[in-house]
Design a protein around this ligand. Structure first.
Ligand code: ZN
Length: 465
């Protein structure tokens, strides 16, 4: 099957130019100067008209929690609904988090997550591993997983008693990562101090969702980020700070990068567009915006956009971890600390970042870079993913920069009963989505199939010095 995408503007991390794209089977065969394409039209089985549109590499969301167990329930999207919603929004690969249970083995955990995805995923996927129990067995298994294409391990300085690891445990895992070429991903918030603030707030009757934000102050994200950076420095491991939300944390990352260290960070759309004001919405509405770290006061937004421009923030992922408002978020009525942490967003990342282009925050090339190219290079998928070049997988989005649409639970494809962006108009939207040459979305119709997605074994981070 040969597909020709004609008349569009191909945008990659290096810039934009008028070019036609020839797909042969699952991969990109050629980028053509439109002047010379004419002769090839007859050779293609199908031609897609991309006039007036961008042709971009499919988005890569490197932070999702599909079918994730949480307190006797699961995040609302599984690998079928979650990957379908991702594709609707222009994301064609994701890296999800397998979660080691306390006392469980990494090897068995990985098998469990393979089983969750198989037969369900409609786009390609890889896994990171959450290490919640550092012991000699776990440390050995980290090397085994690297050999199976799971090259990144997430740890938590937050959530004492659940995922929390001590500085000593973190150091040990980092040392192991340093020797195997793996990356340590860090949830950097000082969970010990936060738990004190949470207990004090609840004891004084402060139970509303807004207090979720006030008991997790940005200083405690900044402190933990700086501590993680120094532990990584001592161990020699590369460090990737997940879901960075606060300017204090960004300052620590910027300093480390100015020192030339292998320190990287991502942020998420909720930290660029939502704020403490949303958490403080009347009644229990604020529960919709509860995630950790929390959405911050609005004055953090400009710092994060600056970080994205200067590459102190390298990637925008979603931390998609949806819980329905009814019955799931409602578990925290009368006690904000019991609200499941997480927000839906897998479908809207590409559009919300394109809105950043419209608003003058990002260049077109940078939009593609934080969306696709850097995620691929950071997590060992490039150049198979993350660009449009001969030999790369034909994961391609035809994107209409003029399309205006309104984000809403009425129209989204995520299996969750609310939108964190209800009623927000964005400019730009997906026109067609290809995954390995197959059409998943076109003409506002779904053509994909559950189970066609493949596991992506990954190599090491491609930015290390
Ligand atoms: Zn997460």
């Amino acid at each position: 099957m040969r597909t020709l995408i004609r008349g569009g503007t191909v945008v990659t991390a290096t810039g934009a130019s008028a070019a036609d794209v020839l797909i042969d089977g699952e991969t990109v065969a050629a980028l053509l100067d439109p002047v010379h394409t004419g002769a090839l039209v007859g050779a293609a089985d199908r031609t897609i008209d991309a006039s007036g549109k961008y042709v971009i590499p499919g988005g890569i969301d490197v932070h999702t929690h599909l079918d994730m167990p949480f307190g006797g329930t699961f995040s609302a999207d599984d690998f079928e609904t979650g990957t379908r919603a991702a594709a609707w929004g222009g994301t064609t690969s994701l890296v999800d988090f397998a979660v080691q249970p306390k006392g469980g083995s990494l090897r068995e955990t990985l098998d469990t997550w393979h089983a969750k995805a198989e037969g369900k995923a409609s786009i390609d996927y890889g896994f990171h591993m959450i290490v919640s129990d550092v012991n000699s067995q776990t440390l050995k298994e980290m090397d085994v997983l690297v050999g199976e294409g799971v090259t990144s391990f997430k740890m938590f300085m937050a959530y004492p008693g659940v995922f929390y690891a001590t500085d000593g445990e973190i150091l040990q895992a980092m040392q192991r990562a340093a020797s195997s070429g793996a990356t340590i991903m860090m949830h950097a918030e000082n969970g010990i101090a936060i738990d004190v603030l949470v207990a004090q707030a609840l004891a004084s009757g402060r139970t509303d969702p807004g207090w979720h934000g006030r008991t997790r102050p940005p200083e405690l994200e900044g402190e933990a980020t700086a501590r993680a950076i120094r532990l990584a420095q001592v161990s020699g491991a590369p460090l990737y700070i997940v879901h960075l939300s606060a300017q204090q944390a960004l300052a620590a990352v910027t300093e480390a990068r100015d020192e030339g260290r292998n320190v990287f960070a991502e942020t998420c759309p909720q930290y660029l567009y939502l704020s403490q004001e949303d958490l403080d919405a009347p009644g229990f509405e604020g529960a919709k915006y509860v995630c950790s770290p929390p959405v911050r006061p609005k004055d953090h937004w400009a710092h994060l956009w600056r970080g994205l421009r200067t590459n102190d923030l390298s990637i925008v992922s979603t931390d998609h971890c949806p819980f329905c408002f009814k019955e799931q978020k409602e578990l925290g009525r009368g006690d904000f600390s019991k609200i499941p942490n997480g927000m839906p967003g897998i479908e809207h990342r590409v559009d919300l970042l394109h809105q950043g282009v419209v608003d003058g925050e990002l260049s077109l090339a940078r939009w593609v870079e934080v969306n696709s190219t850097t995620p691929a290079r950071m997590f060992g998928l490039y150049p198979r993913k993350g660009t449009i070049a001969p030999g790369s997988d034909a994961d391609i989005v035809v994107y209409d920069p003029a399309l205006r649409h309104v984000l809403s639970a009425e129209t989204h494809h995520m299996a969750v009963d609310y939108s964190a962006y209800e009623g927000r108009q964005v400019q730009g939207g997906v026109s067609a989505v290809f995954s390995r040459g197959e059409v998943l979305v076109s003409d506002r119709r779904w053509h994909g199939q559950a189970g066609r997605g493949r596991f992506l074994p990954r190599g090491a981070c491609q930015y290390l010095r």
